[in-house]
Design a protein around this ligand. Structure first.
Ligand SMILES: Cc1cc2nc3c(=O)[nH]c(=O)nc-3n(C[C@H](O)[C@H](O)[C@H](O)COP(=O)(O)OP(=O)(O)OC[C@H]3O[C@@H](n4cnc5c(N)ncnc54)[C@H](O)[C@@H]3O)c2cc1C
Length: 376
């Protein structure tokens, strides 16, 4: 024991096939798949998320992916996760365009209790034989064909391969000096709402407004998560002023009429939400998965599926242990990034009502830049 009474961990060390930094959905799925195939896997995560994740929807394709991995129980509608019946989208004009989950070939999605979802995935990792340390990766360096990794609490790990699953922070790849590109400036302010009407609506409502767009969806406990996605400067102002927040909502007439008077819970939660992409997603002895490799603008609604899919695909590429499997992993991520950029550009360009407003100008400028072919 140290003088402070805490256990002295400085001399604790581990030697594993794979170290996974980050225990979100991407890291958890990669870890479980590798452990089930007999690899020794250590996950490290201090589990101190910057802010709670309110109202995220796992698309139907994600629910199906989990079921196919024998993890159907992790994503079932019930006390924690609410079924999503489709969407009502007000974008490019004043009328709501409905979409129906029944027409989705993958079936309905789920509005998640993220803390519960992540905890269930981590339990599945442990059941598969993964080891777990509550610590953050602090530093890593090449060592005899593998890696020597230092954790924030003084412990160290030797691993053959490192997987960066640290989300938008992309701690490993940034330390390795891999270049990443921010493809759009976007910040989200989320608040919990108690609406007066349509409280039982299972659809997600998305509405474009002059200075951003709003997402609203019912949680399993009956409360609603409402998120305003805007430029960073506007987000800071709105978070500090209830009047500005109310004005923002009144600029969304469909949502205002749909939900009626709302009682808001304090305070608002701010999250960085712009797109980020890496120049390369794997290298000698490392891979990036989930948001660490490719973080989407939340309008795509595909971040969680991408996290699960890339976690699994990275594990499969490692198990195949061939250069072509790794390059196929990188090529698939590059293909997804190109599709995402094209779809995002088309979506923001479809909203022309506020072409003179800074928010829409910034998003459309980002869309044009993303669509331009890379030089060199
Ligand atoms: C406002 C907003 C709304 C969104 N809504 C949706 C939605 O409706 N649907 C959807 O599909 N997606 C949505 N997303 C995207 C979704 O949140 C992400 O795509 C998803 O969480 C990515 O999972 P991940 O495992 O890659 O990373 P994360 O879930 O971010 O997990 C990363 C983990 O790494 C850990 N970590 C960080 N640094 C270190 C370190 N140094 N060492 C060890 N561990 C570390 C963290 O503690 C964390 O547990 C939204 C995103 C935002 C910003």
């Amino acid at each position: 024991m140290s003088k402070s009474g805490k256990a002295d961990l400085r001399h604790e060390a581990a030697n594993v096939d794979v170290l996974i930094a980050g225990a979100g959905p991407a890291g958890a799925l990669a870890a479980r798949h590798l452990a089930l195939a007999g690899r020794s896997v250590l996950i490290v995560d201090r589990l101190r998320p910057a802010s709670p994740r309110l109202g995220e929807t796992l698309p139907g394709a994600g629910v199906r992916l989990l079921a196919r991995q024998g993890l159907g129980a992790v994503a079932e509608a019930g006390a924690h996760h609410a079924p999503v019946g489709g969407g009502l989208t007000v974008w490019g004009g004043p009328h709501a365009m409905p979409s129906d989950a029944l027409r989705d070939p993958y079936g309905p999605g789920l509005r998640l209790d993220r803390a519960q979802f992540d905890a269930a995935l981590r339990s599945a990792c442990r059941a598969a034989g993964c080891s777990w340390w509550t610590a953050n990766l602090q530093h890593l360096q090449r060592d005899e064909g593998g890696w020597h990794i230092d954790l924030h609490d003084g412990r160290c790990v030797r691993a053959g391969v490192v997987i960066d699953a640290t989300g938008r922070a992309a701690r490993v790849v940034r330390r390795l000096g891999v270049s990443h590109q921010r493809t759009s400036e976007l910040v989200a302010v989320y608040r919990i709402a108690h609406p007066a009407t349509n409280n039982d609506l299972s659809r997600t409502v998305i509405e474009a407004t002059p200075d951003g767009w709003i997402y609203a969806g019912r949680l399993a406990d009956g409360r609603w998560a409402v998120g305003y996605h805007t430029l960073p400067k506007t987000a800071v102002q709105i978070r500090q002023s209830s009047d500005l927040w109310a004005a923002t909502l009144s600029a969304a007439p469909y949502l205002r009429d749909c939900l009626g008077p709302i009682v808001w819970a304090e305070p608002g939660i701010v999250r960085e939400a712009g797109g980020i992409g890496l120049s390369v997603s794997y290298g000698d002895g490392w891979l990036a998965v989930g948001d660490a490799a490719l973080a989407f603008d939340p309008i795509a609604g595909q971040g969680l599926f991408n996290a699960l899919r890339t976690g699994l695909a990275a594990a499969e590429a490692l198990l195949a242990a061939t250069p072509s499997a790794l390059s196929a992993y990188g090529a698939e991520l590059a293909r997804v990034a190109a599709i995402y950029a094209g779809r995002r550009a088309a979506l923001y360009q479809a909203e022309t009502r506020w072409a003179d407003r800074p928010f829409w100008q910034a998003q459309q400028q980002a869309a044009i830049l993303a669509a331009e072919p890379a030089v060199g």
